[in-house]
Design a protein around this ligand. Structure first.
Ligand code: BG6
Length: 505
């Protein structure tokens, strides 16, 4: 869970990063470890070892990472902080395809443990192409240091599988090599403060729980909209698409937190059981009915915030006839006692009008018969919105009497804003998750069954889309996606909700 100094690591810790010379490490992992160090969470004995095929001296490697700190970290290199931190980082050239190279890891860990005169916890972070994961994991399991299962953990980045079949296979492979509680399948959305706060909001308050069900809630929306295109990730995205990239993981994880039953503790498996119950209760969409429940889109060329941009099909490493979707909207149902018949509308896309991740809980209308006609005209139902990013706030909308001699109504918001309430910097998702993984806390990581459950939800949609032609491109940059996405929700007499942008000072 969110960091507090009681989470400070005490045991010597070695973090070993596969893909050490890659993008994710430079942008996210090293900045996260650097900030954890500055916040005094790292133990007195620790080491970070980057692994990769590129040749680097330690000095060159550290310089490469420093560029990332100054560009991407929430704290830059100030007051000689990097000089204090960087000596903990070293680099080893390693070709994941060469079994013999793996011995270098045992040697290095041995040397460190000798120097410290203490045994260390070892965290392997696999920030590599998904096809390399089984082979690396197999080689890691053979290392001498892996024989002690209590001190070794392995973090696996997304995408976790390409479909249900490959995810099941990967789980089998990993589970044959490591115990489930050694495997940390990461979904960085779960490390976001505002996502973690969903559980606090729901379960640390008595206000919401009694009305958090089908008796009071009309529907739920989850939007994860981005203003960027696929940028230079065309090669990856061609194998993925919006449904795999965002819905199968991030959005379904958020949905599970919104819909789950109250946990009896924050123990990892308790929370994960409750989330798995939700994903397993999501109604399977019949392949032949997919068009009633799911809409896909792909952006055309056009203008994005005053800049001319390419169509998806013109992006680098993208097939000019690509059928890959850059937008997806889906209507889901959770078939259980709490949620029966309450639609969950979710949508995500690239090059959309606004960058926003927003959860909306739309309540049912209050009876209006007692009010005069002028009040009924503006009658609205209550709404709770949870802005995950970039705004970080929670708003409750309710009706209030407009001052004056008549009973006219207005909609007003009560807002809790993180930035106004807490004048402290928020840890980045990767800080929280890396600290949890180093501490052996798997609560915010995905268990095998959760990942498979999420694949099960999206498979009929993926299969139906793959089998049919797509009329692409079908939405312009800077829009809210294809028109069909509007119809998907309008058919039910509802509309997608966006919040007015905050005025910049
Ligand atoms: C990643 C996806 O998992 O999440 C990206 O692969 C997406 O395509 C990103 O842009 C969004 O993350 P965030 O934290 O910026 O919302």
């Amino acid at each position: 869970m969110a960091v507090s100094n009681s989470n400070k690591l005490s045991k010597p810790t070695i973090v070993i990063i596969f893909g050490g010379s890659g993008d994710l490490n430079q942008r996210k992992l090293t900045p996260a470890l650097y900030n954890l160090f500055l916040d005094n969470f790292m133990p007195s004995k620790f080491a970070i070892i980057g692994l990769g095929r590129t040749e680097y001296s330690d000095k060159k490697y550290r310089d490469h990472l420093l560029t990332g700190i100054n560009e991407f970290s929430r704290r830059k290199d100030e007051s000689g902080n990097w000089d204090k931190f960087s000596p903990y980082i070293t680099y080893l050239t390693l070709d994941a395809g060469k079994d013999e190279d793996f011995k270098k890891i045992d040697d290095k860990v041995d040397a460190l443990q000798k120097e410290w005169n203490e045994k260390a916890n070892v965290l392997f972070y696999l920030s590599v192409a998904p096809q390399l994961v089984p082979e690396i994991a197999a080689n890691l399991s053979k290392l001498k240091l892996s024989q002690d299962r209590s001190s070794v953990r392995i973090v696996v980045e997304k995408p976790f599988g390409h479909d249900l079949k490959s995810a099941v296979e990967l789980n089998h492979q990993l589970n044959a090599l490591f115990d489930e509680d050694q495997i940390y399948r990461i979904d960085h959305y779960l490390g976001k403060e505002t996502v973690q706060n969903i559980l606090a909001l729901r379960f640390a308050n008595s206000l919401f729980e009694p009305i958090w069900n089908r008796n009071y809630i009309d529907h739920v929306q989850i939007t994860a909209a981005e203003t960027v295109g696929v940028e230079d990730r065309g090669g990856y995205y061609e194998q993925s698409g919006a449904l795999r990239d965002m819905v199968q993981n991030h959005i379904l994880q958020i949905l599970c937190m919104v819909a789950m039953e109250a946990p009896v503790s924050f123990e990892a498996n308790e929370i994960r059981n409750k989330k798995a119950d939700v994903v397993n209760a999501i109604r399977a969409i019949k392949k032949e009915e997919v068009s009633q429940y799911a809409v896909r889109g792909q952006y055309s060329s056009g203008w994005m915030k005053g800049k001319q941009v390419n169509a998806y099909r013109q992006e680098k490493n993208v097939n000019p006839n690509s059928k890959v979707e850059t937008f997806a909207a889906v209507k889901l149902f959770v078939d259980n006692w709490r949620w029966q018949d309450v639609p969950f509308y979710v949508r995500t896309g690239k090059y959309l009008h606004e960058k926003t991740t927003l959860i909306t809980i739309q309540f049912k209308k209050a009876p209006s018969f007692a009010f005069p006609p002028e009040a009924a005209e503006t009658w609205r139902s209550n709404r709770l919105t949870i802005s995950i990013q970039p705004e970080m706030d929670i708003r409750i909308r309710f009706q209030a009497k407009k001052p004056g001699q008549s009973m006219a109504l207005n909609n007003v918001d009560m807002t809790f804003s993180y930035n106004e309430a807490y004048n402290t910097p928020q840890p980045e998702a990767y800080e929280t998750l890396l600290l949890d993984a180093m501490n052996g806390n798997a609560t915010q990581f995905m268990r095998a069954d959760q990942v498979e459950g999420a694949w099960r939800v999206v498979m009929p949609i993926l299969e139906s889309w793959e089998a049919k032609n797509a009329d692409f491109p079908n939405y312009a940059p800077d829009s809210w996606g294809p028109e069909d996405a509007e119809s998907l929700i309008a058919r039910d007499g509802r509309n997608w909700i966006t919040l007015p942008l905050k005025k910049k000072d």
